[in-house]
Structure formats: structure tokens, C-alpha cells
Design a binder for this molecule. Sequence first.
Ligand SMILES: [Ca+2]
Length: 260
Amino acid sequence: MKHDAKGLLILDILGDGPARVLFVVALAGCGGAGEGGFDRLNNDAATADRDDHAAADLTSPVSDASSGRDAELRDPACPSGHVGRAAAPFEWYEYWGPTSLADGDRVIYDFSILPASDLTLVGGDDDRSYTEFQSYFEAGRVDDYYPIRGAEVTYVEGAWNLVEADFRVASQDCVFRINNVTSQPHPVAEPGFAGIETFRMHVWGGTTYIDSLTVRVAHADETDDVLLEEDFEEIAPSGTGSDVPDSVDPPAGASLPEGC
Ligand SMILES: [Ca+2]
């Protein structure tokens, strides 16, 4: 979907949705406190609460079976056709405006990613302008904080990886699912999020490829509202004037994850 179609998507949500008005966000990772737009992203601030979460056992991925989430999984977000190429320095930012979340809602990011960079962030801001939703990719490790704490879940460098980041309002935590390994729940950095209003992606030092990106709100009644959907077959300029990935053929020789 082109960016200029997103406005139509939002209008559809407004027109067809029940009482709730949804806008918002994308990208992965829970936790980390930034302050809004790219210029105000503050990774140092994200470290302030890190100690609070250090006690959580983030070293033992749990199986799909134990997660109890199999029934909720959708088709894998495999790369296909053109993909998005984001070459550092790169900052992509989309703003929809505050979007309220109900207590039983979850914000879910699905995408495939080939990080060939020093560091990549895929995430978004909540309705308090905290960069609450974060997935950092560095040296084969994924975390919702930076500097990355431990190798809780990993990705394969130089290959395509399937990612799902699931932020849950009721429990104020998130779960990563990467290449069929599901993490333990992570408490979010700034408890109290009840909305989402932006999507963002940053790349430092190198190039990251992304494809089949979807951001949605999954409601307790098992209905979804898709907030962002991008297949990178073609891509329009960002509504905020920020960078957007180039629409390109996928890099040759990159292996696909199981299931693609
Ligand atoms: Ca594609």
C-alpha cells in the first residue's frame, strides 16, 4: 500500500469502526523512553529504566506451544517482490495522531527484515510521545532497549528474518516472536501506555532491508484494525517529510527463514 493510501485506510477505520477511533503505529519492541519525533529520540533516556527490568529473565526463549499464541498467528510476513532498502543514516517517521487502546488491545508489528547494519530500530511512539514500542537489531541480537542487554532472542545476520512484536495493554508488556522462537514477556519501559500515534524506523551504519510490514491493533473480541500496511512494491514520500525506504529488488543470495 502506498503512503498516500493510508489516509484512506484511516478514513475507513473512522467510518466503519465501532465506537473506538483508531489511528496509529508501527514497529517493534517494547520499552524505551524517547520523546517523540526523530530529533527528539533519546536512547539514553531509554536506559534510565533499564535497571528496573534487569531482574526479568530474558534469557530463556519459550516455545510456541508454551506461549499459547499459536492460534493467533497469521501467515508469516515473508518477503516477496520488491523490498524496502533503508541505507544509513536513515530515519523514517509516520504520524497519525493519538490513537486510544482498550485494556484488552494488543499492538502487533509483523515484518520481515534483513539487517546488514550496525544497528536498526523498528518501533513507534505511544500517545504520551514515549518511544514505547521498540525493536533494536544489533549483531544478531534483538531487544527493546539500547544498549542491548542479552541474547534473549536472536536473528540471523545477512539473512531474512520473520519478526512479530506484540505489545499488550492489559499486562503492559511485549513479546517478541522471531523465526519461530518466542521470547518471555518484557515489561515496557514506561508503564501506562494506552495509545499509539507514530511509526518509526532508524538505521545506523549500513543498510537494512524490510518487507511485508503490517501494524495492527488486535482487539479482545478477535477483530483487528490494520493501522499500517506496506509491501514496498512502490512507496510514496513520507507524510512527515522523513526518509522512506527505496523500493528495490531483494539483495541476491539472502536466505529465507523457515516457512517462507
Ligand atoms: Ca514486497
